[in-house]
Write a protein that binds this ligand. Structure first.
Ligand code: LLP
Length: 404
């Protein structure tokens, strides 16, 4: 993304033109960024050619999932809805893994009937439920078990999942009990050990620790696992300050873990594939002065992009047209929703803005649209895919008649 003739542009298209033609708020995704992310991801781990299952929860747009599928990726899903979406995007069921702590009987039934690669169970009761359903169908179902490795991912507490206090996975003791249960079962085939310690992980050391825990556990059982599913969580750089995860070091740790072992590695990345491909463009409706700052009231709100309100997440915010004039007052970018947390970011020394100017909120491809809602009965934004000089509407702007 760069300024060409003072206009913020991506892949030969300037966002200002998009804003005028398609109105705002609008999510724009860059195909070339997506391609670059997937290519880099594959390159980083090419020595053991993992199965890469895109975490659909990060972005559920079927057109984007179709594009991702074309690069050979599978899907990690956490509900029947996400599974249906992955199948609609024609992802091969043999490349779908199903995670989640509360899979219902209907969801398990659906997953078994679609013959997906793995149902990654997260409790003993769930394994028993899968076993019960498989028995009625007189078949053997491939499952994984998610271990809670009690590893601190050193990320935001709200998106940390691998500590013993988190609801995810099972502890070591239960893990061994499940192995024993599966040994005597004719209906579940325990193929995979899975983990996922959290999201937006920027330090490779928690991954190293997690791999040591896995190594330890695997050495203490003679059960033959075919797959090790390491989950996702690879962090991206949201601001100039935060570095992204060092893939080389993570790759070396996995290679060390795999020495003399023959596991197929599965990854479930979401953010690292789609996060930096998305930009939310929005218009300044009003500017309101207060003593210490100016409120820049945008037509996008927390219902369109929840991350700042939910996690205090910071997203780079840029003007669509560069003027060079700096405002003397601090700007607070807010939405029109009746909540004080409906606030995106506070910035000093931003360029001077006028009402009807446009703004870009960056790196919103992951957990942007997928976390959006209709709060305040606001309609959901339009989604656009930018591919070279072509623009494709990949989700229409919701209409009030869809809601009322
Ligand atoms: N696998 C499992 C089992 C997961 O729970 C998640 C994310 C992923 C894979 C993908 O993680 P990623 O590669 O995207 O980090 N809404 C939060 C993030 C929640 C992540 C939940 N689980 C956010 O906006 O930061």
């Amino acid at each position: 993304m760069k300024y060409i003739n003072k206009k913020l542009s991506i892949e030969k298209t300037n966002f200002h033109k998009i804003a005028q033609n398609f109105k705002t708020p609008t999510y724009c995704y860059s195909y070339s960024k997506l391609k670059e992310n997937i290519t880099n991801f594959k390159k980083n781990f090419k020595s053991f050619s993992p199965l890469i299952c895109f975490a659909v929860k990060s972005n559920t747009n079927v057109s984007l999932i179709k594009e991702i599928k074309k690069f050979g990726l599978g899907a990690d899903v956490v509900s029947i809805g996400e599974m249906m979406m992955a199948l609609k995007a024609k992802i091969n069921p043999k490349k779908i893994v199903f995670s989640g702590v509360g899979k219902t009987t209907d969801e398990i039934n659906f997953a078994i009937d679609r013959k997906i690669l793995l149902i990654n169970a997260e409790s003993k009761s769930e394994v028993e439920e899968i076993n019960r359903i498989a028995k009625t169908k007189k078949i053997k179902v491939q499952i994984g078990v998610r271990l809670n490795p009690n590893t601190d991912a050193k990320t935001l507490s709200q998106i940390s999942t691998g500590k013993k206090d988190n609801k995810f996975g099972v502890n070591k003791k239960t893990f061994y009990e499940i192995i024993n249960f599966c040994k005597s079962s004719k209906n579940v085939d325990l193929k995979c050990l899975s983990v996922h310690i959290g999201s937006q992980i920027l330090d490779h050391k928690p991954y190293e620790k997690m791999l040591k825990v896995l190594d330890n556990i695997l050495n203490k059982t003679n059960h033959k696992f075919e797959y090790i599913d390491l989950g996702g969580g690879m962090g991206i750089s949201y601001s100039n300050k935060n570095k992204k995860l060092n893939y080389k070091k993570y790759n070396s740790a996995i290679k060390k873990f795999l020495k003399n072992k023959k596991y197929k590695i599965i990854f479930e990345p979401g953010r690292s594939i789609i996060g930096n491909t998305g930009t939310l463009i929005t218009k300044v409706i009003y500017i309101k002065d207060s003593e210490s700052k100016k409120f820049i009231i945008l037509d996008a709100a927390m219902n369109d992009l929840m991350r700042p309100a939910l996690y205090g997440a910071i997203h780079k915010t840029l003007p669509l047209i560069k003027s060079g004039k700096i405002s003397k007052k601090t700007y607070e970018f807010v939405g029109p929703i009746c909540e004080s947390t409906d606030k995106f970011i506070t910035i000093k020394n931003f360029q001077e803005l006028k009402e009807k100017d446009y703004i870009a909120i960056c790196d919103v491809g992951a957990y942007g649209m997928s976390l959006s809602s209709n709060y305040n009965l606001r309609t959901k934004p339009l989604e656009l895919l930018i591919k070279g000089n072509k623009l494709k509407i990949i989700r229409k702007r919701q209409k009030h008649k869809d809601l009322i």
